[in-house]
Design a protein around this ligand. Structure first.
Ligand SMILES: [Zn+2]
Length: 385
């Protein structure tokens, strides 16, 4: 698991040359370092950008007056000169190859605290850019990031805490959701799956919360706000589908967007939003709120992380041989329950309107299979961005 990763660094008397390779060990990593650059952001934040050819797997540690980014399976780049902006907290950047790990060591003019997760972004390639790990930080007390000695430092942002997942069982109370021909109610099926999922994720070391643990009605905005309040890393809304065509079967997975990716996704969002009589126009206020809460780069990162999770979830379902609704792996629509700053997805577990799937969705064995696939997707998700 990613959150058990720990780095033990040995840092003694590294030079302050712009780039020094210590030691010079040839290593052909899967990932390679493209550029390193620094900059100043509003609020006098120092920005460190590390660009790599592949999606980086990394840990952070905080020796005295240094920030160390350790990239797994990455080869140093001897010819690289970092682009250093003036006025930042970074005075020098050094690459150190240590086995298959590459350490990017930033010497700092003042101590910093551990960088909070919302100040760390991992961006996908676009235009002329490859993958970029973006770290923003300000001068701090160094508290919580000290304990550094010349011999060892083992302080990483992520290993120290559990990742938090909010599980939302759709509908409830006066709102049954969709109802199968055999009388199976969506609100009952999804609550059962949500509870099973909670216990499996708890056992796997995650911190989880249910938006509802019994047959109660909750407004969609309230559900979304639970994700915010719990500072969730991931928000999963569980549903079951209905289709006018009773032959339609299979799961489908959705992320939030203002415009629906297709007609069917639009109809589904209307149906799921109908519990609160919310229409798509509510997006404008949401958009305004989220713009206030998050920088555009962060908004981009949340959307990107949601799609990444959703793709991984679709893969896990397919690997588990769960029937997939025909169409793209992941679709997008303006679901009210996903309107928050937390990355997340809405999972339609199957069709209650289909007689075979209605029967299946009621069985404990099939619910366990769905839960196992979701647990795998959560474990495979890269929380470190
Ligand atoms: Zn639903």
């Amino acid at each position: 698991m990613k959150f058990t990763r720990r780095t033990l660094l040995k840092i003694t008397g590294l030079g302050t040359m712009a780039i020094a390779m210590l030691p010079r060990v040839a290593f052909a990593g899967r990932n390679s370092l493209r550029t390193v650059r620094t900059g100043i952001q509003p609020g006098n934040k120092t920005r460190l950008v590390i660009e790599t050819s592949e999606r980086p797997s990394y840990t952070l540690s905080y020796p005295t007056n240094q920030l160390v980014v350790t990239l797994s399976n990455t080869a140093a780049n001897a010819s690289l000169a970092p682009a250093m902006a003036s006025g930042t907290l970074i005075t020098a950047i050094t690459q150190v190859q240590s086995g298959d790990k590459l350490q990017i060591i930033a010497d700092l003019s003042r101590p910093i605290n551990e960088i909070p997760r919302d100040s760390i972004m991992l961006l996908n390639p676009n235009g002329d850019n490859d993958y970029r790990l973006v770290l923003d930080f300000v001068a701090g007390t160094g508290a919580g990031a000290k304990t550094a000695t010349t011999t060892s430092v083992a302080h990483s942002t992520t290993p120290s805490r559990k990742y938090t997942i909010v599980i939302d069982a759709g509908h409830g109370g006066k709102d049954p959701g969709c109802i199968g021909k055999g009388g199976t109610k969506e609100k009952v099926v999804v609550l059962s799956v949500a509870k099973k999922l909670k216990s499996k994720l708890d056992a796997a070391g995650f911190q989880t919360y249910l938006t509802r643990s019994n047959d109660t009605y909750l407004k969609l905005a309230h559900r979304a706000s639970i994700g915010e309040k719990k500072h969730a890393d991931l928000f999963l809304s569980l549903h079951a589908n209905a289709n006018p065509s009773r032959s339609m079967q299979g799961f489908s997975i959705y992320t939030l967007s203002e415009k629906a990716s297709d007609e069917e996704a639009a109809k589904l969002a209307d149906a799921e939003n109908a519990a609160d009589k919310i229409d798509v126009s509510g997006f404008e206020q949401f958009d305004k709120d989220i713009r206030i809460a998050l920088s555009s780069l962060q908004q981009h990162a949340v959307a990107e992380m949601s799609v990444e999770y959703a793709n991984g979830c679709a893969s896990a379902f397919k690997r588990a041989k769960i029937t997939q609704q025909p169409g793209p792996d992941v679709r997008h629509a303006p679901f009210a329950v996903l309107r928050s700053t937390v990355p997340g997805a809405l999972i339609e577990l199957g069709h209650l309107s289909n007689a075979t799937e209605e029967k299946l969705l009621k069985t404990s064995a099939h619910q366990d299979k769905l839960v196992a696939a979701i647990v795998k997707s959560v474990q495979a998700y890269n929380f470190d961005v």
